[in-house]
Ligand binder design. Structure first.
Ligand SMILES: C[S@@+](CC[C@H](N)C(=O)[O-])C[C@H]1O[C@@H](n2cnc3c(N)ncnc32)[C@H](O)[C@@H]1O
Length: 274
């Protein structure tokens, strides 16, 4: 009998959902969003830097000044590239999307979808702007694309950011979104669709993104070579399509390399579509 009572008491205190479980651990912490490109990026930068440091050490001990200078310069270039890479996939990404979302002037009650949300860096920024809306994330959770990528990690971040009351996360592929047509006011996607290598399948994903938008719904995609999405979006019926080359915040370790933002919307009416 005592055991039963204890068990009941414990189950009353035991967190009943992922929200309760994470909330208990949260206590003021902010979300953790991993590294785009997965842990392999850390190994590549770490490996290159270690090899160059060893070369630099050996050459300078042997008195080979020019070779040591070359190795030192290469090591500096690797450090610079790593700093740019980690900036772009962390603070740079959040800075770009803060601007994109601010420009949208959201009313606060929208339904927003993030396709390929990963651990939710962009999803949480949107959720913070829609206290009366819903922020939905969908992903296939590839760890090669983002370190520590998982549905549970994203749910945890929603709690840590204090937006779990309006965030829902689902398993799902961009090529076959698990939502009814016309469900969202805004669909966003960051660095996701280029992972679909086949052009026809990428077009399927763009068709899906447009399908789930309401009439007059807005679309914002940031990606590599996203200018190539304009044709498929026109074919899918989008209007007001604009392409913007983003600035140095999207260098991702390669000065001069830029990501592209595509903006579009679905027509309100048939007349609007013409
Ligand atoms: C570089 S990460 C970016 C994640 C997130 N958008 C962000 O900016 O933090 C790319 C994401 O795309 C997801 N992804 C790749 N192929 C996908 C597909 N076919 N459908 C849905 N998500 C996909 C990966 O699992 C990963 O989470």
């Amino acid at each position: 009998m005592t055991v039963t009572e204890d068990t009941n008491e414990m189950s009353a205190q035991r967190p009943t959902s992922w929200r309760d479980r994470h909330r208990q651990r949260a206590s003021g912490r902010r979300g953790k969003y991993g590294v785009d490109g997965g842990s392999i990026t850390l190994f590549v930068y770490g490996g290159a830097l270690s090899a160059l440091a060893v070369t630099l050490f050996r050459q300078s001990r042997r008195g080979h000044g020019v070779r040591a200078l070359l190795a030192g310069s290469a090591a500096l270039a690797v450090v610079g590239s790593a700093v740019s890479y980690f900036y772009s996939t962390g603070p740079g990404k959040r800075s770009i999307w803060t601007e994109v979302l601010d420009e949208l002037s959201l009313g606060g009650d929208e339904d927003v979808l993030d396709v390929g949300c990963g651990r939710g860096a962009v999803l949480m920024l949107a959720a913070q702007r829609i206290p009366r809306g819903r922020a939905v994330g969908v992903d296939v959770w590839r760890r090669i694309d983002q370190s520590g990528n998982s549905l549970a990690a994203t749910e945890r971040n929603a709690v840590l950011e204090g937006v779990d009351d309006r965030v829902d996360v689902y398993d799902g592929d961009a090529r076959e979104l698990p939502f009814r047509g016309g469900s969202f006011d805004l669909v966003m996607s960051n660095l996701t669709l280029h992972n679909i290598r086949d052009a026809d399948e990428r077009k399927e994903a763009l068709d899906e993104v447009v399908r789930v938008l309401r009439p007059g719904g807005r679309l914002r995609i940031v990606d590599l070579h996203a200018e190539g999405y304009v044709g498929p979006l026109q074919d899918a019926g989008c209007v007001d399509i604009e392409v913007r080359r983003l600035d140095w915040r999207t260098w991702c370790g390669m000065p001069g390399h830029h990501l592209v933002l595509v903006e579009a919307r679905t027509p309100h009416t048939e007349d609007d579509a013409r």
